[in-house]
Write a protein that binds this ligand. Structure first.
Ligand code: FMN
Length: 144
């Protein structure tokens, strides 16, 4: 059974809804899922999982400062120890579809993780269709 870690930050709840749908999808595929707000996620959580999903809202066309905080705190502990770990990203935005997600993907790539699925985005509140995409992403990552 794979261990899925979901790390996200959401101020007004849109990205959080996506995280919950991903969690549902991963659980339905049989994974053990740990979901954490980025400020509370640790390097140990990360080392312990088989696959990871990062979620961020777009704030000023960058990942949430609270998600960057995870990379800031854990970078030198994780660098060189997590090469090839599968990752995927998701998040909500206002008008700038890919800008924040791209900054997140860049950090994941630089950390040595392996992108395992296309990112899922939602403009502001995720539609039912976007939530279905999130569930499918969770299931897919659970089966890695
Ligand atoms: C401080 C702040 C800055 C934002 N900057 C951007 C931006 O540069 N580009 C964009 O597309 N959306 C921007 N937004 C809109 C949010 O990405 C959008 O409302 C999103 O749905 C929030 O997701 P959340 O509910 O997970 O926090 C910004 C929102 C806030 C609060």
């Amino acid at each position: 059974m794979s261990k899925v870690l979901i790390i996200y930050y959401s101020l007004s709840g849109n990205t959080e809804k996506m995280a919950k749908a991903i969690e549902e999808g991963a659980k339905s595929a049989g994974a053990t899922v740990t979901t954490k707000i980025s400020l509370e996620a640790t390097a140990e959580d990360f080392m312990d999982c088989d696959v990871v999903l990062f979620g961020t809202a777009n704030y000023f066309n960058y990942m949430a400062g609270a998600v960057k905080d995870f990379f800031d705190r854990t970078w030198f502990t994780l660098k060189g120890k997590v090469d090839g770990k599968p990752y995927a990203t998701f998040g909500s935005y206002g008008g700038g579809k890919d800008a924040a997600i791209n900054t997140l993907n860049e950090r994941c790539d630089q950390l040595g993780l392996k992108k395992a699925a296309e990112s899922v985005g939602a403009q502001r509140e995720p539609t039912p269709e976007a939530l279905e995409e999130c569930k499918a992403l969770g299931s897919k990552m659970a089966l890695m």
